[in-house]
Design a protein around this ligand. Structure first.
Ligand code: NAD
Ligand code: G6P
Ligand code: MN
Length: 445
């Protein structure tokens, strides 16, 4: 079996230890000879890298481990780039969430004005990673988790059309894991699904087991009553609320199971009113996941031992490793990937980047046809895809006007006046991260 070389771009991410644990767990089916971490913040990455070094030394000493801030060292001789960068880090996520909330608009990492702001920071960072890959390892594949995945995907489609980049999301995986449990199965990939949408904006139209049995009748009553909230799971309050809210989004179309993120578009007012403008999800993540991951890494590095190691494989890391394996071994596994529509959703914009099931093999994903979608979803998707395309237009053209239009059109924003106030604050907060936007002479102050 060929052994692979992988670089994790955004090595300082809170998700890195989980991915490392999954890679180590599956070495028998996906052997690796080299693992590199690359980040542009050497100090942040060092904390994670020092722990990973101990973990690898103990569990797989044959793997060559490298942690670097030098692109040439990071991207030379790799087969896969697993990208998970956050341009502007949590300090900027904090602003993405808190600025819209000042105006009563939801403050969210990937949805609404916050997601658009993050998109305008991410595009340049993700393109930079793709360029490094193409320069130093032109045959490699980039599997990109960096958010906001839909805006990033639209930008890579437009600006890097021939690149081997797959944009992916772990939310459907996490929800499918719950559906599987409700149906008496174990894992997300015990299911075979039909699904359509944009990233963080989609619906399941079929959920079956591997024998082809329809599982929707078995689990729909539970979802109608509880959403995707399962008993006995240890989750943070905001995720609990999110999984529970799915029952309300499901009510709008009881024939299709909704993605959790639809809550921000369909119950916008309720969601905004239930966010604390002084303590948003970023604060929760910093106090929770970031604190846990970094303190555990420091503990391992200090003790130079993996005794009591708390990191474990999870849905998020399983998915990116499963996807790498599907490409590496041409497995033709059916997986959700964000791809150019091109007819997959028949009655929808051909150039939209849609999230649909694909058959994944050595040559990448091949989309499956999801047919026509109903008026309700089509209307919402048309609006949202326009927001995402306008955001990318704004980045490419440095256009203030296009960005104002993007914010105005977002279902999360009440009108153009509020959009403009939020935009002006975001422009100020994102100096140095966004391209400098030009105001068309016709834009009135
Ligand atoms: P994090 O801030 O802990 O980690 C991100 C890392 O990226 C940081 O160490 C930062 O220094 C680094 N970075 C920023 N800009 C960079 C650049 N230009 N080059 C190299 N490194 C750079 O963030 P996190 O919470 O662990 O999340 C990581 C990323 O994964 C985010 O983009 C997040 O939105 C995304 N994510 C996506 C999904 C999905 O479903 N697609 C799921 C989970 C997380
Ligand atoms: C889900 C989504 C990701 C998003 C994450 C946010 O996993 O699929 O796209 O980044 O949630 O989680 P957080 O815990 O950082 O708020
Ligand atoms: Mn996601």
């Amino acid at each position: 079996m060929k052994k692979f070389s992988i670089v994790i771009a955004g090595g300082g991410s809170t998700y890195t230890p989980g991915i490392v644990m999954t890679l180590l767990k599956h070495l028998d089916r996906f052997p690796i000879r080299q693992l590199k971490l690359y980040d542009n913040d050497g100090a942040r990455q060092k904390v994670i890298a020092d722990a990973c070094e101990v973990i690898l030394r103990e569990k797989a000493p044959d793997i060559n481990f490298v942690a670097t801030t030098d692109p040439e060292e990071g991207f030379t001789d790799v087969d896969f780039v697993m990208a998970q960068i956050r341009v502007g880090k949590y300090a900027m996520r904090d602003k993405d969430e808190k600025i819209p909330l000042k105006y009563g608009v939801i403050g969210q990492e990937t949805c609404g004005p916050g997601g658009i702001a993050y998109g305008l920071r991410s595009i340049g960072g993700v393109l930079e990673i793709a360029n490094y890959m193409e320069k130093y390892s032109p045959n490699a594949w980039m599997l990109n988790y960096s958010n906001p995945a839909s805006i990033v995907a639209e930008a890579t489609r437009r600006l890097k059309p021939n690149s081997k980049i797959l944009n992916i999301c772990d939310m459907p995986v996490g929800i499918q894991e719950r559906m599987a449990k409700l149906a008496g199965l174990n894992y997300y990939n015990d299911l075979e699904v039909r699904y359509f949408g944009l990233n963080h904006f989609g619906w399941w139209t079929a959920v079956r087991d591997k024998q082809g049995n329809d599982l929707m009748p078995k689990i729909r009553d539970y979802i109608a009553e509880h959403g995707y909230l399962l008993p006995g799971m240890n989750e943070e309050p905001s995720w609990k609320a999110t999984f529970g809210m799915a029952k309300n989004t499901f009510a709008l179309d009881p024939d299709r199971f909704p993605n959790t993120y639809l809550q921000y578009y369909l119950y916008t007012k309720f969601e905004a009113e239930h966010m604390d403008p002084n303590h948003t999800r970023t604060d929760e993540v910093r106090e929770g996941r970031e604190k846990f991951v970094f303190s555990e890494c420091r503990r391992i590095a200090k003790s130079q031992s993996i005794e009591g190691l708390k990191f474990e494989p999870d849905d998020h890391s399983n998915y990116i490793v499963d996807l790498s394996r599907a490409i590496a071994y041409n497995t033709h596994e059916r997986m959700l990937v964000i791809v150019e529509n091109n007819g997959a959703v028949a009655n929808f914009e051909p150039t939209a980047m849609v999230e649909v099931p694909c058959i994944v093999g050595a040559n990448g994903p091949e989309r499956l046809a999801m047919g026509d979608i109903p008026r309700f979803q089509k209307g919402l998707l048309e609006q949202q895809v326009a927001v995402e395309k306008l955001a990318v237009d704004a980045w490419v053209e440095h256009s203030y006007l296009k960005l104002w239009q993007a914010l105005t059109l977002s279902h999360t924003v009440p009108d153009a006046a509020v959009a403009k106030k939020i935009l002006d604050d975001l422009v100020e907060a994102n100096k140095g991260f966004w391209p400098e936007l030009k105001k068309d002479a016709k834009v009135k102050e």
